[in-house]
Ligand binder design. Structure first.
Ligand code: HEM
Length: 248
């Protein structure tokens, strides 16, 4: 698909658009650039966008739905917030509306705290002395950070395995270090979708929860899920299975 779109854009410059593919294509056109992207690199970036952008958000939604199914009080509180904004069946969900639901934001943040991407990785470009320690990271050394470990640390989150969206109330959050919550990574190479993804996930949750509720079903397992040991995103073993019931 990427190859076909690239060819089409190059053969028909009038079809030029201001989108992601065009930005990638522009790197090979401008003169005097230090580094241009090859065709393979452009294709790799397009592919990365699919992996980075779709499975991550749908996985976050699956975990959130599961948490809500096993925590009906929190689900009802969230539905009350949604009902307060969408008062009639015809009301449309808007950008501003989704962004004015603090409990929704806290639910998603708490879900991403409990079930984040398992690993962040960096490679040392030069030797680095870790301040306050006698540890020297040599050049080319890989460093792995576990958001799961950080985010389940009882020193940062008391009773860390409990689902409690109120941990993200502004006054509670203000007492935590900025790196205590790492689902989108940190620093200059953090996730570029970290504002878009929550918006998309919230939109889906509002659209579903205004009409339906999640409940555990026969295949849902217990409140504490079994984690799939396969590498990659943190997923539930055998997939997440829930029932969806229409609200009265
Ligand atoms: C809930 C959904 C998502 C989660 C949990 C997530 C998580 C992450 C994490 C942990 C990283 C690595 C950050 C680091 O090493 O510091 C990352 C990188 C990245 N994400 Fe996301 N992501 C999500 C959605 C998205 C979406 C929707 C897009 C695209 C529209 C996206 C595009 C990217 C890209 C391109 C990178 C690589 C950035 C770089 O290397 O400079 N992600 N994401």
């Amino acid at each position: 698909m990427a190859k076909q779109s690239m060819r089409q854009r190059l053969e028909h410059p009038e079809q030029r658009r201001s989108d992601y593919l065009q930005l990638l294509l522009n790197t090979r056109r401008e003169d005097g650039q230090r580094r241009c992207l090859t065709d393979d690199e452009i294709i790799a970036q397009c592919l990365l966008f699919y992996f980075a952008g779709y499975d991550t958000t749908s996985n976050a939604l699956a975990w959130t739905a599961r948490l809500l199914a096993f925590h009906p009080h929190q689900q009802e509180r969230l539905q009350a917030e949604i009902d307060g904004k969408l008062t009639s069946k015809e009301d449309r969900i808007t950008f501003d509306m989704v962004n004015s639901m603090p409990y929704l934001d806290n639910v998603l943040s708490e879900s991403l705290r409990l079930y984040p991407n398992p690993q962040l990785s960096r490679c040392c470009t030069k030797s680095y002395h870790l301040p306050g320690t006698d540890i020297i990271l040599p050049q080319n050394c890989m460093v792995y950070v576990s958001p799961y470990g950080v985010q389940r640390d009882p020193g940062l989150y008391p009773n860390p395995d409990a689902f409690d969206p109120d941990r993200f109330l502004p006054e509670v959050k203000a007492n935590r270090h900025a790196c205590a919550w790492l689902p989108f990574g940190q620093g200059p190479r953090n996730c570029i979708g970290m504002r878009f993804a929550p918006l998309q996930a919230k939109l889906a949750l509002v659209a579903i929860l205004r009409r339906y509720s999640f409940v555990p079903g026969a295949r849902s397992g217990g409140a504490v899920p079994e984690i799939d040991a396969a590498p990659g995103l943190l997923k539930e073993k055998g997939g997440t299975w829930l029932k969806v019931v229409r609200r009265g």
